[in-house]
Ligand binder design. Structure first.
Ligand code: PLP
Length: 236
């Protein structure tokens, strides 16, 4: 990798951090409440390593092939890897080898398969987020907002899973009011679960916001923003 590529990544991260801090000030929030997760699909491992060494230790991968391929470089770096892609149940064994959290749980049968597999290999509890479809698009994964409480009620019974928060992919739109509205739905889902007396993590995460709209997500309460192209450049 050329050194100017590494420089661009660290410069991007520093600029993003300033924008995150500003978005927090604007939203009257503490910047310490907002974590950056590197969304690293299609990004070669050596570039991801540059960002990790610059202090960003939270990584999200969408594809099992990439988790496996980048393992040799990333596993020794003491970073935390999450799975943020669509989960195929026949790939669960492989995913579990590499991640400590799966953010894309949206069905009971997936949770059931995870629980059984974790029991079989006697692994400690895995973090999970409930993915919520806040944009109403059929193409997107996620449980409908009105079904989150019912799903959360079931998920807390799995002793090898720890429900730690919620994830959504926002509405892809230039209408910032509409985008914010989709992020608001995730916050409301979190509040509804809490209001229903379902006890999950102490401060549940809201994983929402991407390169083009993270300030809107921060305004709606995001605690984890998932950034790819703003850090690593556009994907071709
Ligand atoms: C690719 C991806 C992101 C990051 O997208 P950018 O627009 O490149 O920041 C975030 N979340 C998920 C689930 C993704 O697949």
């Amino acid at each position: 990798m050329a050194s100017d590529v590494a420089q661009a990544i660290t410069r991007n991260l520093d600029q993003i951090q300033q924008r995150v801090d500003q978005a927090c000030v604007d939203a009257d929030r503490d910047p310490a409440e907002v974590k950056v997760l590197l969304a690293t699909k299609t990004v070669p491992a050596d570039r991801v390593a540059v960002a990790v060494q610059h202090g960003y230790r939270l990584i999200g991968e969408n594809r099992i092939q990439e988790l496996t391929a980048k393992d040799a470089v990333l596993a020794p770096l003491n970073c935390e890897r999450h799975f943020i892609g669509r989960l195929q149940t026949n790939k669960i064994n492989q995913v579990l080898r590499h991640v400590t959290c799966i953010q894309s749980v949206d069905r009971l049968d997936v949770a059931d398969k995870l629980q059984r597999r974790l029991e079989a290999i006697d692994k400690p509890p895995l973090g999970i987020f409930v993915q919520v479809n806040t944009s109403g698009e059929d193409s997107k994964g996620g449980v409908a907002p009105e079904d989150v409480v019912a799903l959360a009620k079931e998920l807390v019974w799995f002793d090898r899973l720890r429900l730690k928060g919620y994830m959504t992919i926002g509405l892809p739109s230039h209408d910032s009011t509409a985008v914010r509205g989709s992020y608001r739905k995730l916050r409301e889902a979190r509040d509804e679960v809490a209001g229903a007396g379902v006890e999950i993590a102490e401060s549940p995460e809201l994983s929402m916001g991407m390169s083009g709209d993270f300030a809107l997500a921060i305004a709606e309460g995001a605690t984890m923003i998932r950034l790819g192209s703003a850090v690593f450049g556009s994907r071709h």
